[in-house]
Design a protein around this ligand. Sequence first.
Ligand SMILES: *Cc1c(COP(=O)(O)O)cnc(C)c1O
Length: 493
Amino acid sequence: MGQGTDRRVGIGREEPLLLERSKKGRKGYSVAGADSVSDRDIRIPAGLLRDAVPGIPEADEVTVVRHFTRLSQWNYGVDTGMYPLGSCTMKYNPKVNEAAARHPIMDSLHPYTPESMAQGALALVWRLERALAELSGFERVTLQPAAGAHGELCGIMMVRAHFSARGERRRKVLIPDTAHGTNPASSALVGCEVVQVKSGSAGIVEAGTLEQAVDGDTAAFMMTNPNTLGLFESEMPKIAGLLHDKGALLYCDGANFNSLMGIARPGDMGVDVMQFNLHKTFSTPHGGGGPGAGPVGVSKTLEPYLPVPVIEKVGDTFRASTSRPLSIGRMKAFYGNFGVLLRAFTYIAELGAPGLKKATGCAVLNANYVLERLRGDYHVPYAGRCMHECVLTDKNQSVFGVTTLDIAKRLMDHGFHPPTIYFPLVVHGALMIEPTESESLESLDEFVEAMKAIAAETRSDPGAVKAAPTLTPVARMDEIGAARNPCLVSTVK
Ligand SMILES: *Cc1c(COP(=O)(O)O)cnc(C)c1O
């Protein structure tokens, strides 16, 4: 091994910052005659010219190219390995989706193209809306919101508009303790008061508990189904009934629709409004903040409040209609993230109805396979089958001093991206695993064997698990220190 920043780990290198590699006067270009360009030749007013180079790295082209290429090789994505991040649904994005989204006809289409010349694109938006409405049992679906959380915001805005139109001032949104953090955030953004509802001992919300919490000030109950424990909320139809009896609405967080798609329809269970996460259920790449799409389906009750424009089919013509007097307005420029809509449409068209149903079946089967194979080694907090994801805990490992964080770090040494950890909050030391339908039996087995090896190592040599990761360019970082004392300014001279 070499020394300092140039330390080699096999052919995997520790990668210093470009600033640390900077050499004074080093250039990344060689244009004949460029060095003799004088200030007079550059037509920038003298007052705007800097006296010195402003602390940017000075490096040759090869160094810069290698630096960024090496960093890109550190990327871990679904295209390089299994990405079992529960709740995030990191499923494989079929390459045919990319071919469709990058088709020259589609990617050069300007959003201001006159409607008469963009009929194909409008038809696609309309057909995607119809497909989502059919799959979910809703009256209409807006495709505008740019993400799941944005869809939640849009949905709660429509709920508010509904009560305003009726002259009611309901402000309470009830949310179970298993909810994703975006649910209370979206409700609070709209000015609603968030009230937490405890789930029962089986991990789902009991209708009796909810009934106690609903009052005349309750606007909606916001429920994720299947919930973040990977369990189906079987009392949902009953819950919808008792909310409607009291004049309140049922919001379903549909981020986990990939476990219902083609099999059950939330609209049929009494849900009034639900967001889809196209970037989870209908493939399309995501992570690192986007891009995404969070369409929102609504029942007849909320249809008048849909964001505009709404794509309507009049005869054989598609129009973007803005005549909707009670609309909450626009949620996004133009028609939403069109490239993501296009990928989702391609995914639906490619699989067809039987294929979508099969994808759901495989997602649920894969999660249950992982759950059953790991049941002896890891503690399972809730009895019975799971849906698209399973939750384990570190209870068996903690007696050896090994925690969920250690297990997650050790998985990296086995070549896997760790699952979601310490969420949902109601499970102590949670490891939340979502394999998705993309994984083959062989890759599921590889993951299971890695998890089993870590469980065995915990019993024989817990110190080794706690020292992980050892095969990554950077070992375990001081995450608390990084959060409490962030170093946001380069100290490199
Ligand atoms: C991912 C997720 C969200 C948020 O979706 P974004 O697209 O990341 O905004 C909301 N709820 C649940 C249950 C989720 O899994």
